[in-house]
Design a protein around this ligand. Structure first.
Ligand code: NAP
Length: 316
């Protein structure tokens, strides 16, 4: 069995994968290019891809009879894989849910605090030697404790954000979700996204990317938000109409934004970088060694089950 790991993963993960077959580790850190995407399907039995490896319908259409049988994705988000097109060609697709939940929720809280309390702006001030010293009305931000937090997408990560915000900061939680959801945190489900946006001090997105959620957050949502309210995106860049967000920030129609993901990663528009009222992180959601090891080991487990002739535990 030839297995292709499309990025160097932590040593522990590579060691766990090695006994499963003939392991090939691609040393580059950038996503697969057009030729490599097709070669992944023709030259390997199992591929362990990740974010940015764009297995689109066109890629599957170009490979008449793929050798590959499983795409064991590293990551919970798999909007870079056209799952229907993969399945039509006989491939299974798995992901790594759960392993990413707490780390990503932590980054959401970090962005909420950074945006509300103007942390990045303050850090830039200090580094620029422009800080004139403490005074009572300097750099006043929004106090997060006890505020109303709205969560778009009450799945694993949404719930972990709700727990942190409610039990840690005494926030009042409301949420918008595709289907009705009962959760173990005091919270109210709201039927209309713009109603949620209008009622909260901080709005956080935690839905998957892809066609169904493309530009779910666009001008009507920003227009509904209160001028002091902050918007946080830890989900996927394409969930947000970035142009509409930039305009809302430029016109100070919202209080600020905290972003971990972007519509055209790794490009971050100059218009965003020029703004002081936005905090910009380089997709750090799961960036901690033990989390990346857990994700990798989960992907390896999916491969091992597949090789035993069983159903991988995390098929999508
Ligand atoms: P999950 O458990 O599947 O939760 C997703 C939630 O979104 C579900 O509750 C789902 O509703 C809801 N949803 C889906 N489509 C919707 C729509 N059109 N409108 C409203 N709600 C919708 O996934 P998760 O583990 O929480 O992960 C969520 C996403 O976070 C991932 O897909 C990934 O893209 C992103 N992520 C980002 C990072 C990062 O590094 N920044 C790290 C990990 C994950 P239902 O109850 O109807 O299914």
């Amino acid at each position: 069995m030839k297995i292709w790991m499309t990025r160097p993963l932590p040593a522990r993960v590579q060691e766990a994968a090695r006994p499963l077959g003939e392991l090939h580790v691609r040393e580059e850190t950038r996503p697969l290019d057009a030729e490599e995407l097709r070669r992944a399907l023709t030259d390997y039995d199992i591929v362990l891809p990740t974010l940015g490896d764009m297995f689109s319908a066109e890629v599957f259409a170009d490979v008449a009879s793929p050798r590959a049988r499983l795409l064991a994705n590293f990551g919970v988000g798999y909007n870079h894989i056209d799952v229907a097109a993969a399945q039509a060609k006989g491939l299974q697709v798995s992901n790594t849910p759960g392993a990413v939940t707490d780390a990503t929720a932590d980054i959401a809280l970090m962005l909420m605090l950074m945006s509300c309390r103007r942390a990045a702006e303050g850090e830039r001030l200090v580094r620029a030697e422009a800080w004139e010293g403490w005074h009572p009305t300097q750099m006043l931000g929004l106090h997060l404790s006890g505020k109303k937090v709205g969560i778009v997408g009450m799945g694993r990560i949404g719930l972990a954000i709700a727990r942190r915000a409610h039990f840690g900061f005494g926030c009042e939680i409301s949420y918008y979700n595709r289907s009705p959801k009962a959760i173990d945190v005091p919270a109210t489900q709201v039927a209309e996204l713009t109603d949620l946006a209008a009622s909260v001090d901080v709005l956080v997105t935690a839905v998957p990317g892809g066609a169904e959620t493309h530009h779910l957050i666009s001008d009507p949502v920003f227009s509904a938000m209160q001028p002091h309210a902050h918007f946080i995106n830890i989900a996927r860049g394409d969930v947000v109409d970035e142009t509409a967000l930039i305009i809302a920030l430029q016109q100070k129609r919202i209080g600020g934004a905290g972003l971990d993901v972007y519509e055209h990663e790794p490009q971050v528009p100059q218009a965003l970088r020029a703004l002081d009222n936005v905090t910009l992180l380089p997709h750090l959601g799961t960036a901690a060694l033990e989390v990346r090891e857990d994700m990798g080991l989960m992907a390896v487990d999916n491969i091992a089950e597949f090789l035993r002739g069983e159903t991988p535990p995390n098929l999508v």
